[in-house]
Design a protein around this ligand. Structure first.
Ligand code: E4P
Length: 244
């Protein structure tokens, strides 16, 4: 019997919907933190970033929550990170692994973590990217590195090998947690646990499927047949043209 409360891995929720943060936290006590990103904010129609972040800090029960910088200029990125940090709470500032020109953010990582600002380095896809930033973290500042396992899988590459390798490399570093990002299915939680990732972030749509955990597969099959039958009936599909 699988019990999510007995896993080593911490489950974070990936959303920019404040109501979902509030409600799902009450209903799913195994949620241990939150991640957001500019695409999620755009989807939710967030207009005032500062207001949004402060409200999110209010409703997230002092659990870790990540907010991303927007600038493409490395110096501005650092300045934005310091402003986000000044809003207080248990926030991690999300810094992309590079700007849009592919310039490394390693110096931003170094300057911020040296000053005790917790960061979450995001949009990492390769083991080489992890290796390239490893020496720029400050050992006393908690940090997260987010490897986009789901998007790696979207490219046809198995992310498990990459995640396991990242996890091995990070063993030598204190205070850096490996986060399995861009999850695609419930199974990813157990795969991430096996790779020794410390955190997985999942979207509310995946959380919704947690109700199927431990479900008997014969029962699941029958439910599926029933669903198809009900939908065919509601649509009025009829191949044999018999009167019902
Ligand atoms: C993590 O912090 C990211 O916000 C997230 O997992 C990205 O997921 P996506 O690939 O589904 O956009």
């Amino acid at each position: 019997m699988i019990d999510l409360n007995n896993l080593n891995i911490k489950i974070f929720l990936d959303t920019a919907n404040l109501d979902k943060i509030k409600n799902l936290l009450t209903n799913y006590p195994f949620i241990k933190g939150f991640t957001t990103n500019p695409s999620l904010m755009h989807k939710e129609g967030v207009k005032n970033y500062e207001e949004f972040c402060k409200e999110a800090l209010n409703v997230s029960s002092n659990l870790p929550i990540s907010f991303e910088v927007f600038s493409d200029d490395l110096q501005d990125m650092e300045e934005e990170a310091r402003i986000i940090h000044s809003w207080g709470g248990n926030s991690y500032v999300k810094i992309p692994i590079s700007n849009t020109k592919g310039n490394s953010t390693s110096n931003v990582i170094s300057n911020l973590t040296k000053d005790g600002i917790k960061i979450n380095v995001t949009a990492i896809f390769t083991v080489d990217q992890i290796t390239s930033i490893l020496d720029f973290f400050n050992d006393t500042t908690p940090s997260i590195v987010s490897v986009f396992a789901g998007r790696i899988a979207d490219s046809g590459i198995d992310p498990i090998k990459i995640m396991s390798e990242c996890s091995k490399i990070l063993k030598s570093k204190k205070n850096i947690e490996l986060l399995w990002a861009s999850s695609r299915e419930v199974l990813n939680i157990f795969q991430a646990e096996k790779t020794n990732s410390q955190i997985i972030t999942i979207a509310p749509e995946i959380l919704d499927k947690i109700k199927f955990l431990n479900k008997d597969l014969n029962e699941f099959s029958l439910d599926t047949v029933n669903d198809f039958f009900k939908d065919a009936s509601s649509a009025g599909f009829n191949i044999l043209e018999k009167d019902s």
